[in-house]
Structures are given as structure tokens and as C-alpha cells.
Ligand binder design. Structure first.
Ligand SMILES: CC(C)(COP(=O)(O)OP(=O)(O)OC[C@H]1O[C@@H](n2cnc3c(N)ncnc32)[C@H](O)[C@@H]1OP(=O)(O)O)[C@@H](O)C(=O)NCCC(=O)NCCS
Length: 182
């Protein structure tokens, strides 16, 4: 397991309760304006996708763009655990993160993916991403974040968006209420 900043985190650290608390606090602090960050690193809100106590993926929302993020990184980064891929988690994660991004003042969001990253390309388009251009081998998309309650429901053979937040996962509700991060 890895943190998003300079510090790397091992599985052993994550298994240690004291270290785990430190990891969570460290990630929370990344979102706070008063946290001093290394040059070129912006504040970000880190979200974990956890269902029934199982960790499926991570998504981070960068609060601002730097020139480098404008070119290649974008506002949002995400990863789904390899064993949980092709089950719609990335689409759900991204869809459910958009209202949180809007709450942070990010609208529209800039998302990018490598031109050959079919999975990420599909995920971004599934949440309404519109292709802007390609820079440095990466596709850049404009994603409106203010369609509140718009949740992606995706199964193996379907991809529909519904205006219903009843499917919103507990962790997203908690984060939206500010219990984790800001
Ligand atoms: C990209 C990533 C987050 C997608 O996660 P995921 O949970 O598997 O995505 P979803 O299940 O929501 O898939 C959405 C769609 O993408 C497409 N897709 C996903 N994986 C694919 C693959 N390996 N090949 C082709 N298409 C793929 C499919 O159309 C899929 O829908 P379907 O399964 O209904 O056909 C995941 O592959 C990952 O963590 N990759 C490494 C990190 C990364 O690339 N992050 C994005 C950086 S921009």
C-alpha cells in the first residue's frame, strides 16, 4: 500500500494499528489548506472505496492544477485493486466522487489517461467525460462535476446513469459529511 505523497507505506505498516492510524491521519492532512506540502504538490482529498469491510480502490481529488497536472495529471487519480477489476468499481468510484469534487470547487474536472489505457478511457466517458485533446500521449477530458446525485450503475453488460443516490456507498456518505478529510 502506498500513500500519495512522498512517503511510501508497506503492507506491514498498514497491518500495524498505530501505523495505520498514522497513515490515515497523514492522508487526511493532505486535504487541509494549512498542511505545508513539498513544491509542486497540491492539496488533495483521498477517498477509499470500502464495501463490507473490504478495500477495493483509491481515488484522489487534487484541489488545484499545476502546469504539470494541467498537461498530464489532471484533477483526479484512481486505482482499483487488480483482483476487483472489471466489476464496475472504478466507474462507481469516479461517479460518486464528482459531487465531492464539486464541493471542493472543482468544476469542471480535468481527467487524463494514457492513450492506450482503454479501461480508464471507458470509465471517464461513462461519467460524462468529453475529450478535449491529446498531450504527451495522454487523452485529456473535461468532466462536469455538478450533476448531483448522478450515480453510475454498471454491470458486465450495462452502463446506465440514474438520478438516485440510494446506491451511494457508506464511505462516500461519510466523506461527503466531512468525517474524513475536508
Ligand atoms: C483503470 C481502472 C481503474 C479501471 O478499473 P475497473 O474497476 O476495472 O473499471 P470498471 O470495472 O469500472 O470498467 C469500466 C469499463 O472499462 C472497460 N475496461 C475495463 N478494464 C478493461 C480492460 N482490461 N480492457 C478493456 N476494457 C476494459 C470496460 O468497458 C469496462 O466495462 P465492462 O466491464 O462493463 O465492459 C483499473 O484498470 C486500474 O486500477 N488500472 C491501473 C491504474 C490506472 O490505470 N488508473 C487510471 C489512471 S488514468
Amino acid at each position: 500500500m502506498y500513500g500519495d505523497g512522498e512517503e511510501k507505506w508497506s503492507r506491514e505498516q498498514a497491518d500495524d494499528p498505530t501505523e495505520f492510524v498514522r497513515l490515515v491521519e497523514r492522508l487526511q492532512a493532505d486535504a487541509w489548506p494549512e498542511t505545508v506540502l513539498p513544491p509542486g504538490i497540491v492539496h488533495q482529498t483521498v477517498l477509499w472505496f470500502v464495501e463490507a469491510g473490504e478495500w477495493f480502490g483509491r481515488l484522489s481529488i487534487r484541489h488545484h492544477l499545476t502546469p504539470a497536472l494541467t498537461e498530464v495529471g489532471g484533477h483526479v487519480g484512481y486505482v482499483v485493486r487488480p483482483s476487483a477489476r472489471r466489476r464496475g468499481y472504478a466507474t462507481r468510484m469516479l461517479a460518486e466522487s464528482l459531487p465531492i469534487a464539486a464541493g471542493l470547487g472543482v468544476n469542471p474536472a480535468l481527467l487524463t489517461c494514457s492513450a492506450d489505457n482503454v479501461a480508464s478511457h471507458e470509465v471517464i466517458e461513462a461519467v460524462g467525460g468529453q475529450l478535449i485533446d491529446t498531450r504527451h500521449g495522454r487523452l485529456r477530458f473535461r468532466v462536469p462535476t455538478n450533476n448531483r446525485g448522478l450515480i453510475a450503475q454498471r454491470g458486465p453488460r450495462e452502463n446506465t446513469m440514474v438520478e438516485d443516490d440510494s446506491t451511494q456507498t457508506d464511505w462516500m456518505r461519510d466523506l461527503s459529511r466531512g468525517r474524513i478529510g475536508r
